[in-house]
Design a protein around this ligand. Sequence first.
Ligand code: C2E
Ligand code: MG
Ligand code: MG
Ligand code: MG
Length: 278
Amino acid sequence: RTKKESRNGYRFFSNQMQIQTTRHLQLVNALRQAIALKQLTVHYQPQLDLHTKKLVGVEALLRWSHPQLGEVQPTEFIPLAESSGLIISIGSWVLEQAVQQIERWQEAGITNICVSVNLSSIQFRDPELPSLVQAILQRYHVLPQSLELELTEGVALENPEGAVSMMDALDQLGVRLSIDDFGTGYSSLSYLKKFKVYKLKVDQSFVRDISTDDEDKAIVIAIINLARSLGLKTIAEGVETPEQKAFLLTHGCDEIQGYLLSQPMASEEATAYLLANQ
Ligand code: C2E
Ligand code: MG
Ligand code: MG
Ligand code: MG
């Protein structure tokens, strides 16, 4: 390689990095004001019990609509919220929105709907988390069993002892804990013995080709059986087709969530959906 080429290569790389960094800085600065400027909203995606055919829950999913940047995806801004520390204030805002929504639904006669909230591992390491959750539940007169907190396998990996005591503290409050994106982490399964887990969320990457891919079929069946042996519930994420639903029903999966039921919906639309499908 000539010197000129490598210099151009370097310059290209450097420009790319510059663009990345500029976008990151721009997003972090914008995110800092997003709550105050009312750019964040929480959407809700329904979850169906395959045994009773009833809606049993919704997952709260954060949305960010910026006047210039447009809709920024959570997969882009959540990591930035984490690296900048903003996830603590954003995460508690999401928790409060979700719990307030439970209260509103209960007032509207929508009971027996559990709202699950995604927790970043950074929130999970915050010693204030249990008292925050308790305070929010009390503020809105919501029972803890109406709230579920979703964690990823990573929390077990980063600080096993701390994770066990945090799990215990949250369990003591009476909230349910589920493992999101189950099967995609690199953690050992032994944490399932020590953690007070209620539900495993089968990752959508295994569900996608469930009708055609024998390996995905085997993995999903194994997760369902593992959960059942441990006395845990299962929910499959990313269910888009009747074929996927039928497979999951046949193999004893408890619940489904995905575009087959509905996309995540803004509060009002979700309320109408829950009322119409109660
Ligand atoms: P997740 O918790 O695994 O959420 C499921 C994602 O799958 C959501 O993407 C949802 O919109 C999408 N999804 C649902 N049904 C289907 C389907 O049938 N097909 C396909 N292809 N996708 C489906 P979303 O809303 O873009 O969120 C992405 C991730 O961002 C979430 O993954 C979660 O890890 C994170 N996230 C979202 N909201 C929050 C939040 O409030 N706090 C934290 N810490 N993370 C959040
Ligand atoms: Mg989730
Ligand atoms: Mg997931
Ligand atoms: Mg995820």
